[in-house]
Design a protein around this ligand. Structure first.
Ligand SMILES: *[C@@H]1O[C@H](CO)[C@@H](O)[C@H](O)[C@H]1NC(C)=O
Ligand SMILES: *[C@@H]1O[C@H](CO)[C@@H](O)[C@H](O)[C@H]1NC(C)=O
Ligand SMILES: *[C@@H]1O[C@H](CO)[C@@H](O)[C@H](O)[C@H]1NC(C)=O
Ligand SMILES: *[C@@H]1O[C@H](CO)[C@@H](O)[C@H](O)[C@H]1NC(C)=O
Ligand SMILES: *[C@@H]1O[C@H](CO)[C@@H](O)[C@H](O)[C@H]1NC(C)=O
Ligand SMILES: *[C@@H]1O[C@H](CO)[C@@H](O)[C@H](O)[C@H]1NC(C)=O
Length: 291
């Protein structure tokens, strides 16, 4: 009956609280005798100990059955996706548009390419991927013979992109009508692009629209090849210094200097006609040089 409750002064309340903390009449601390406190503490300590050990056991069992070097869940990516740099998007489509007479416009493209190529810096690659790879063959590694229980990765040097490396022409051709684009294929763990050991996948670019506006298409490295020694990829833990092989493509634009391009990575085990994934095995983009 709250209404009947007499009003208590602050002093009385403090006294009540003090009595609660230590009740000298009954020898109770916070409402319990020290003996009871010992029992209840023991109960909770053992309760949490049991819970923690059950939880740890479950996690440990899970981790024990996982192989840290390969992802468990990997059913979707049967065929790799393909991407293009500079990765500049227009409305939903990739649009590599630049103005040769506007320095800021082509500097933007060269900046994207320079940043993308940073991991491929020759000095850096020769330092961390100094293994002497045999070109033209898959680099199959059963054992972890690399430093710190890893597998070796083959170096891919920026200079292998020749005229599109940014060394001879730091503008990558964007100050004129010969722009370079870089094609990269996504990595898939343990994936081999062919059943044979000696056929490299290669990039083939075709002009879908504006055929008369493209005078020449050149590939670097030669023939647009991705050397088999970059396959298979064993995962981030096994190959921490792995870099994807790249192919640079230089287009010589003429006339209206505007074209729709498709670049495909051709190999027997790379499909490219997936309606649900337009980037599987190929990439389509618009290339346009303004003046
Ligand atoms: C290209 O840049 C130049 C110089 O900034 C400018 O005069 C010209 O209008 C630009 N062209 C187009 C199509 O935007
Ligand atoms: C590569 O890296 C080295 C050292 O970090 C640097 O001096 C050099 O300029 C870089 N080269 C390029 C092409 O970025
Ligand atoms: C790399 O291997 C090739 C062929 O086995 C050999 O000719 C070359 O001298 C080797 N290079 C180095 C730096 O070990
Ligand atoms: C573009 O840049 C390259 C390298 O800096 C230079 O050799 C070339 O003359 C430039 N072209 C134009 C059209 O400015
Ligand atoms: C590659 O080998 C796999 C398995 O042996 C087979 O199912 C597939 O048909 C082969 N593909 C080609 C193009 O030979
Ligand atoms: C590239 O693709 C085009 C069109 O599909 C084809 O005609 C051409 O032969 C291909 N080139 C190579 C080297 O495979």
């Amino acid at each position: 009956m709250a209404a009947l409750k007499e009003k208590r002064t602050c002093g009385q309340r403090c006294e009540d609280f003090g009595h609660f903390v230590w009740d000298s009449d009954e020898g109770k601390f916070m409402g319990r005798t020290p003996e009871k406190w010992v029992y209840i503490s023991l109960y909770y300590v053992s309760f949490y100990a049991v819970m923690t050990s059950l939880f740890s056991l479950a996690i440990w069992t899970l981790m024990y059955t996982l192989d840290p070097y390969t992802p468990d869940y990997q059913d979707r990516l049967a065929s790799p996706g393909v991407m293009v740099w500079p990765d500049t998007y227009g409305e939903e489509v990739i649009e590599i548009t630049y103005n040769t007479s506007d320095k800021a416009s082509w500097m933007k493209m060269t900046k994207i390419l320079n940043e993308f190529l940073e991991p491929y810096n020759d000095t850096k690659q020769l330092e961390c991927n100094n293994y002497n790879c045999t070109k033209g063959k898959y680099f199959l590694q059963k054992h972890f013979l690399g430093p710190h229980h890893t597998k070796y990765s083959c170096p891919f040097l920026q200079s292998m992109l020749g005229p599109c490396s940014g060394f001879e022409d730091p503008t990558f051709g964007y100050n004129c009508s010969m722009p370079c684009v870089i094609i990269k294929m996504n990595r898939i763990i343990n994936y081999l692009p062919t059943n044979r050991t000696d056929v490299a996948p290669y990039v083939n670019c075709t002009v879908l629209e504006g055929e008369g506006n493209v005078a020449k298409i050149e590939y670097y490295p030669e023939n647009g090849n991705m050397d088999p020694s970059y396959f298979p990829y064993y995962g981030r833990l096994a190959q921490p210094s792995y870099v994807n092989p790249l192919v640079a493509v230089r287009f010589s634009l003429v006339g209206a200097k505007h074209a729709k391009i498709q670049c495909r990575v051709v190999s027997e085990k790379i499909s490219y006609e997936n309606y649900h994934d337009p980037y599987e095995g190929k990439v389509i983009f618009y290339l346009k040089a303004l003046k």
